[in-house]
Design a protein around this ligand. Structure first.
Ligand SMILES: Cc1cc2nc3c(=O)[nH]c(=O)nc-3n(C[C@H](O)[C@H](O)[C@H](O)COP(=O)(O)O)c2cc1C
Length: 306
């Protein structure tokens, strides 16, 4: 059985994965935190916590609130900053077999370009995942990923600054995900990842206050799966690039749905907080399905439902 996937066929350096099961950014730290629970070298790829130019302390507590079938988070991109990542994390990644993809987040188009330039040619970094669901601080705070021109400008800046394969991660908080997808494809993205979290909030009735310190947060987990699946399906019908499906994947069955909707690979996030072995359960479940159904190559079922 062949589970291997090429996530960046148009990029000179390429992004070959042994299998399509990846970690979702922000749910797997820098890869080491889960090493006691999961044989991380068996994964398709690790996507690390979103990195910004400088270190960030994140949003005020509380930062997590459970909802029916979901989780609201407002971590606020707490991270060590790109310099510490390059000096302290990347040397360890360079010794690993599993590729590590660095998720990047900026407050301006220049930030994204600088991050991409700093990470280019760093041993241990196999690709970039660009989180465009961040506010454009210099331009009124609207998220880059909600405007096709801004989304394209971020993509172009990252591509110009780096030869690494670039996955652009789309936000679902938009009117037309297809419009944004097409704009970033035209701007040179090598692959797309969808979706990031959906905006939401909760209120603590006993205190009469919002449950999250930041008031608003991002909803993840099974509650968002049908939305994510539909967006993957819509975008896969319109663009030719590989898609990484993400949003509420709890099991191999869920992952297979995303693959059949048109995703070449999947990211698993919130599921790990319930089941630390979720990534390997998804991988082994996909293998079982392929064996049972006589699927020799995973590419045979990519987009099968379309
Ligand atoms: C605690 C937490 C932190 C996250 N941090 C990031 C991040 O830094 N960058 C990013 O692009 N997405 C981040 N995400 C979004 C996830 O990568 C993923 O897109 C989303 O949670 C949907 O997938 P899931 O339902 O499998 O968790 C975060 C999600 C959670 C739950």
């Amino acid at each position: 059985m062949n589970l291997a996937v090429q996530l960046a066929p148009n990029n000179q350096r390429g992004l070959p994965l042994r299998n399509p099961v990846m970690t979702a950014s922000g749910t797997f730290g820098y890869g080491t935190e889960y090493a006691d629970f999961v044989d991380i070298q068996r994964l398709g790829a690790i996507v690390c916590k979103g990195s910004t130019l400088g270190p960030r302390e994140g949003n005020p507590q509380p930062r997590l609130a459970e909802t029916p079938s979901g989780l609201l988070n407002s971590i606020g991109l707490q991270n060590v900053g790109v310099e510490a990542l390059v000096k302290e994390k990347a040397p360890m990644w360079a010794t690993w077999q599993v590729p590590v993809i660095v998720n990047i987040a900026g407050e301006s188009i220049d930030d994204y370009g600088s991050l991409a330039a700093r990470l280019d040619r760093v041993a241990g970094v196999s690709g970039l995942e660009v989180n465009i669901g961040c506010p454009n601080v210099k331009s009124g705070g609207m998220e880059f990923g909600t405007d096709p021109r801004a989304a394209a400008a971020v993509t172009a800046a990252v591509k110009k600054a780096s030869s690494l394969p670039v996955i652009v991660k789309l936000t679902p908080n938009v009117t037309s995900i297809v419009e944004i997808a097409e704009a970033v494809v035209d701007a040179g993205a090598d692959a797309l990842c969808l979706i990031n979290t959906l905006k939401g909030m909760a209120i603590e009735v006993s205190t009469r206050k919002p449950s999250l310190g930041n008031i608003c947060g991002g909803l993840s987990g099974p509650a968002i799966k049908p939305v994510a699946l539909h967006m993957v399906y819509q975008v896969a019908n319109r663009v030719k690039l590989p898609i990484v499906g993400c949003g509420g994947i709890m099991s191999a069955q869920d992952a297979l749905e995303f693959i059949m909707a048109g995703a070449s690979a999947v990211e698993v996030g919130t599921a790990q907080f319930v089941n630390p072995r979720a990534l390997l359960d998804v991988l082994e479940g996909i293998e079982d399905f392929m064996r049972r159904e006589g699927v020799k190559d995973i590419s045979e079922i990519v987009g099968a439902a379309r």
